[in-house]
Design a protein around this ligand. Structure first.
Ligand SMILES: *[C@@H]1O[C@H](CO)[C@@H](O)[C@H](O)[C@H]1NC(C)=O
Ligand SMILES: *[C@@H]1O[C@H](CO)[C@@H](O)[C@H](O)[C@H]1NC(C)=O
Length: 211
């Protein structure tokens, strides 16, 4: 199945790029929950919309990563969803549009899928069928490495019953490249990590983001 190029994609990308810059400002003033942004969106809404996970192994990737839950499909990342010391497994083939060859590795773990070739929702449906507990999708093509892409529903009728989120391309690229370099099939993660009261300077952001 080929992914249709959706005009909304570009618009969303632009909005989210702006969004991302705003979030950066907000995070810099960490804790200012009443601060309102120019577009009228409150800090709390932005931070509450995104969640974080951390990689605890390999050591080269031991940072905290911000992800954006899918907008209108998938299960919520609510209080009952919490995975600890679980593998984040890049699916093979990497676009995750068909049942993975590494099904045994994906089953019971978090699937790591690249954007492209089919819709976000299709990737989630495929990952769920493979037994994944959640899906993290990232664009590791350089064109969108610095911002979040909103994952919106397509016309697929099937439901997604596991949580799904988007990881900024730059992080996706570094995770993928590092795992390949180390010849590793997975990283170990905790998802989510609660950073509500963590001041920004204490957040363990990946150094390549330049924050
Ligand atoms: C979390 O979401 C799942 C899936 O929708 C649901 O079954 C569960 O009851 C929810 N838990 C809470 C605490 O809201
Ligand atoms: C994070 O922790 C704070 C303080 O313990 C709590 O109020 C908040 O609900 C937690 N957030 C999530 C998403 O678990």
């Amino acid at each position: 199945m080929v992914m249709k190029k959706q005009p909304t994609d570009i618009i969303y990308s632009f909005i989210l790029y702006t969004f991302h810059l705003s979030s950066y400002v907000v995070l810099t003033y960490g804790g200012a929950n009443t601060l309102h942004l120019m577009d009228g969106t409150s800090t709390a809404e932005i931070i509450n919309g995104d969640i974080f996970f951390e990689i605890v192994d390999p050591v080269e990737l031991e940072y905290t990563y911000r992800i954006r839950p899918a907008k209108d499909f998938g299960a919520p990342f609510n209080e009952s969803f919490h995975v600890k010391n679980i593998p984040l497994v890049p699916v093979n083939p990497r676009y995750g549009c068909k049942a993975p060859d590494n099904l045994d590795d994906v089953e019971g773990n978090v699937a790591f899928v690249e954007r492209g070739e089919c819709s976000f929702k299709t990737k989630c449906i495929v990952a769920e069928k493979a037994g994944a507990k959640a899906v993290i999708i990232s664009d590791i093509d350089h064109s969108s490495e610095d911002y979040f892409i909103e994952m919106i529903d397509d016309n697929t009728n099937e439901e997604v019953n596991i949580p799904a989120a988007y990881l900024m391309g730059k992080n996706g690229l570094m995770i993928m490249k590092t795992l390949q370099r180390l010849n590793r099939n997975y990283a170990i993660i905790n998802l989510p990590v609660n950073l509500t009261f963590t001041p920004v300077h204490k957040m363990n952001q990946p150094p390549w983001l330049g924050w």
